[in-house]
Write a protein that binds this ligand. Sequence first.
Ligand code: NAD
Length: 483
Amino acid sequence: METTAIDGRMFVDGQRSWGSSGSTFDAIDPATGQVFAAVALADHRDVDTAVAAARAAVDAGWAGLPPVRRVRILNRLAALLREQRAEFARLESLDVGKPLRQAEDDVAAAAGYFEFFAGVADKVFGSSIPLGKGFVDFTLREPLGVSAQIVPWNYPLRLASRGIAPALACGNAVVAKPAAEAGLSVVRLAELATEAGLPPGVFNVVTGGRETGAALTHHPGINHITFTGSVPTGIAIMKAAADNVVPVTLELGGKSPNIVFADADLERAAASSATTLMQNSAQTCTAPTRLLLESAAHDRFVDLLAQRIRSIRLGRGLDNPDMGPVVSERQMRRVLGFLKSGEKDGATAVTGGGRSEKPELARGYFIEPTLLDRVPRGSLLEQEEIFGPVLTVTSFESVDEAIAIANGTPYGLVAGIWTKDLGKALAVATAVKSGQVRVNAYSVEGSIGLPFGGYKRSGFGREQGVEALANYTQVKNVMINFG
Ligand code: NAD
């Protein structure tokens, strides 16, 4: 990709801008460690401008527009995204490091979010409540106003779209802040939305890191916050929201168990595990990185999975390997730190276990795809979100033990279950404390319609599906005495 082709400006009030200070930060290709673009660094003045533009757009009529017009704009945006899939995928692959094929899937998923929420934009129904003769009572679902969206670096385009599509569908305006590590596709998305007919100011993007994010989440002009990212940042954002008394939707990652019973189709379960490991180098909040294996299936499953993992080809995302680097040097150090702690705790590396030693990958942030066996219960490796290509294995003897291990972390986002006995699957599905349970498949076409969100420290609020509309509307009750 030509570096000169990449525009690092933010997008505020329908225009690209270098911001008030003109300061920039570097966008780094994680496959080479090379700078590929200068990105505008938004300060509190730029955040002020973006929030004011969003407010003005709401007041100028976006919130009151006939919903069918929002339907048309969101569908047009989805169509443009699909048309420009290759361009968006190349930018995402370069920025995040993920294989081009996976980035193309992300663009399709982003378009899918806009199509799904275009489909419900004119179906945000209220209800009527009987009060007896002479009275009529009904509810209206009204937009909140300005939604601040703090986006993480692992799936900038897909996760931005997950929150922004329902926000716009319900008549809110948005100020998004992607991560400094990767987020250029989000700025391009806002520009494309304007080309699709979105009025200026409805969708703004300020670029920068933690300070820009904090300026936005503390801003008195916002009415709502959506955040996806780490637990500590989620806590900081909740505190900012408390000061402003605005609602928050938090998705704080997971440590998803993948429970494999001995009667499962082990080949299929192992293939699924290897795929989720390669997917974005397992920098995925839903990644089922904690394998819980019934002892009778342990050896066979570990063999099957290790064979698959050993064949994973590492490389630069733009060259379409099986797996790319992790997003940044900081993230690589973080993951290597987890691997060190695993060694100390007595875990055994079946395959992988460190930074890739291939000379052609030496400048990038490549970690070998890793399978760690005998990971002790309660160890850091077993408890914390690693967010790198590392799967851990713990064995269990009974259904009750599997449930206890599955529920034994502070997280509760997704749980995978593999068994041919659907009675057993249901028993585990109802006992496990997580927002989603997936039985005998970890991904499915149409998942945008499935409500998604956390139990425990994985957060709260539900994204995707019609449930997401609750995050972006407030209910007004109107009572009329006409007697
Ligand atoms: P982070 O949670 O700090 O960053 C996510 C987003 O929040 C970024 O846009 C960042 O700029 C912004 N941010 C940071 N501090 C902020 C603040 N005080 N106020 C407002 N916005 C703020 O994540 P990280 O430090 O980049 O990654 C650390 C770990 O977080 C990862 O290893 C992973 O475990 C987890 N993570 C989870 C997800 C997920 O999808 N749930 C995504 C990214 C990271």
